[in-house]
Design a protein around this ligand. Structure first.
Ligand SMILES: Nc1ncnc2c1ncn2[C@@H]1O[C@H](COP(=O)(O)OP(=O)(O)OP(=O)(O)O)[C@@H](O)[C@H]1O
Length: 615
């Protein structure tokens, strides 16, 4: 995870973030250029702000004897004092309205441009996360990923208006004011800027402290978001284990700590603001002390002094929030780094150079000496070889943890083998693009995930753009049509998140319909009937038989009786195919499969008398 940095330390990162997002920024160039010109206009008008007052002092209120300097508009000397006063009063209003209008356009221009840029980046990030390999997603925390797509992007957007824009405005204003002050009176200007080193020293020291506390707070917030997402995602387990109180207390503890850090940041900020106010008071006193002497000596006008005092207030006061602005920018840089780190993550499994779109498969699947490990230290599949002819049903059985699901993941190219290869119709999977490969494989898993949308859409996700007739035909094949019609809005019924409003058997049948509509030549079934009651199991099995008709299918099952009719059975243990053949052949071998089968059917038979005697 990217580390938070102080503002100065984050400048190079700021540069690289800008460079990285430059193409997105360029798309908004017209808005940004407009906003920049509005910003320049605002700064110019801000510099002009105190001048009507100065001229009122020097031209209208005070005797002409005070007009010792050349900083007056000579043309005004032609007019009567009342007319001058009226012009200056009107000028005050024009300057103020002009400044407000320019500020409005610069803020709105910047905000709109930032919103567009961030919307672009957010979409890019979302698509990138979707494309990342399973090896990444099994390690990543979904709460953290969601925080990057939402919170981090939002902070980047927000910072442009709430920190970067004011910072640039104040910086330009400061430079302009220092220039004008030297033009009016270099001696007073020197006194005014003498305070700058102290100012910079105190603000940087304080900023560092604030950043340190804010960094800890941000880390804690990230962890809190991740643990909240995890607990909410697993709410069923949390409630079943009655973990609410325990998890609630842990969350509350972190929350309290985060609040404490937030209060500490506020305390430091308030302290810094008071310090800057004191510095501004000191510099104002010094300017007044020397300025009044210069006015009395006739080398400056009272109006000049007024301009100085106003500039000091205008230029330095917003700078007391320097820590706030720089802090926000430093935080945004950390967010930008998190976003870039994610965008830079290259999927382990991706389209190789020269990968082509797969032709329609016949369904000849071969594994040739496949070896695979999630962790290089711990081999999972070892030298697996088998072949499935088009239309054959292959059962994959064996003890838990043997590597059955892992083998299936390789067929879908969720992972690539370390050695050997998986071939379809004589070609290595890696020759094809991922999308064209997966489009020709249907899957039904043990706990099929449905989406919180209509039943119709859930089925159509199997083949985007499918017609209503195709959707209904798929539902009928999956034995799902009848129960769907009994739902409140039939096919338009909106399901709960992950299909929570349906029974396990109903979920499976919609998942089978989703797989059926794909009309893929290869079907993968990973324990699709486990956990179902006998009625549902019969309905689902019947649907699965129709789904796999004429397709090459791979069926993982712990219940050997459901797959005994398979054309080929692979018995996998400790990542090796120990036995391979039809049910009859394996039973005749009297090996591990036969032992497992007898154990299962034996317990089933011994159950029967007990069942038949049940009331
Ligand atoms: N994403 C992963 N990262 C690291 N190890 C994993 C991952 N997925 C599975 N494993 C490990 O790989 C081994 C094989 O797991 P796999 O899920 O393929 O077994 P299985 O035969 O399908 O088991 P089951 O019948 O219980 O579903 C197990 O030791 C498991 O801990």
């Amino acid at each position: 995870m990217a580390k938070r940095k102080s503002f100065t330390a984050s400048l190079p990162s700021l540069q690289s973030i800008t460079y990285r997002f430059w193409p997105h920024i360029c798309k908004q160039s017209h808005l940004l250029i407009g906003a920049f010109f509005a910003l320049l206009a605002e700064t110019g008008l801000r510099l002009l702000g105190p001048w009507p007052l100065k001229l009122m002092f020097d031209r209208v209120i005070l005797p002409t004897g005070f007009n010792v300097h050349g900083h007056n508009i000579e043309a005004l000397a032609e007019f009567s004092p009342l007319l001058v006063l009226t012009i200056l009063a009107a000028a005050l209003v024009v300057i103020s309205v002009g400044q407000g209008t320019a500020a409005y356009f610069s803020t709105v221009g910047m905000a709109v441009a930032a919103t567009h840029v961030m919307a672009d980046i957010r979409s890019q990030l979302y698509n990138h996360i979707q494309a990342l390999s399973l090896s990444f997603h099994t390690q990543a925390k979904s709460g953290d990923l969601i925080t990057r797509v939402t919170y981090d992007i939002e902070r980047l957007r927000e910072v442009t208006v709430v920190a970067a824009l004011p910072l640039v405005t104040h910086f330009l204003t400061l430079i302009g004011m220092v220039g004008v002050m030297f033009w009016i009176n270099w001696e007073l200007a020197l006194i005014a800027i003498a305070v700058l080193p102290f100012f910079i020293l105190t603000t940087t020291t304080m900023s560092k402290k604030i950043h340190k506390v804010a960094r800890t707070q941000r880390k804690r917030e990230g962890a809190m978001a991740a643990s909240a997402a995890e607990a909410i995602g697993a709410i069923k387990v949390v409630q079943a284990l009655s973990l609410q109180d325990f998890l609630g207390k842990t969350f509350a503890k972190n929350n309290r700590k985060s609040l404490k850090e937030s209060a500490e940041t506020q305390r430091l900020r308030a302290g810094q603001e008071r310090l800057v106010e004191a510095l501004v008071a000191i510099v104002q006193a010094l300017v007044l002390w020397r300025g009044v002497q210069l006015v009395l000596a006739g080398s400056a006008t009272p109006g000049d002094l007024l301009v100085f005092i106003t500039y000091l207030k205008v230029a330095f006061k917003p700078m007391r929030q320097l820590a706030k602005y720089t802090g926000q920018i430093a935080k945004a840089v950390a967010s930008g780094e998190r976003v870039i780190a994610l965008l830079d993550t290259v999927p382990d499994v991706r389209d190789l150079k020269g990968a082509k779109s797969a032709p329609a498969f016949r369904g000849d699947v071969r594994c040739q000496n496949v070896t695979f490990a999630y962790d290089p230290e711990k081999g999972i599949l070892r030298n697996l070889t088998f072949a499935a002819k088009p239309g054959e049903q292959i059962a994959i059985v064996g003890p838990s943890g043997g590597g059955k699901s892992t083998l299936i993941s390789l067929l879908l190219r969720f992972y690539d083998p370390i050695e050997g290869g998986v071939h379809i119709d004589g070609h290595d999977l890696r020759e094809y693009t991922l999308t064209s490969l997966r489009q020709q494989i249907s899957i039904v898993l043990q706990d099929s995930v449905l989406f919180a949308t209509s039943v119709r859409d859930n089925i159509a996700y199997g083949a985007l753009g499918a017609s209503n007739v195709e959707i209904e035909a798929a539902a009928r094949l999956a034995n799902a049509h009848d129960f769907i019609m009994e739902l409140p809005q039939g096919y338009d019924t909106i399901l709960g998140e992950r299909g929570a409003t349906l029974s396990g058997g109903q979920r499976q049948r919609i998942a089978i319909a989703r797989a059926a509509i794909r009309k893929a030549p290869i079907v993968i079934l990973d324990e699709p009937t486990s956990g179902l009651d006998s009625t549902n199991e019969a309905l689902v099995s019947d649907a699965l038989n129709r789904l796999t008709q004429g397709k090459t299918s791979f069926w993982i099952s712990h219940n050997l009786s459901t797959v005994r009719h398979a054309d080929q059975i692979l018995y996998i243990e400790h990542g090796r195919i120990l036995e391979q053949g039809t049910h009859g052949q394996l039973m005749a071998q009297a090996g591990r499969y036969a032992q497992m089968y007898r154990l299962q059917s034996g317990s089933y038979l011994s159950d029967l008398p007990a069942r038949s005697h049940a009331p």
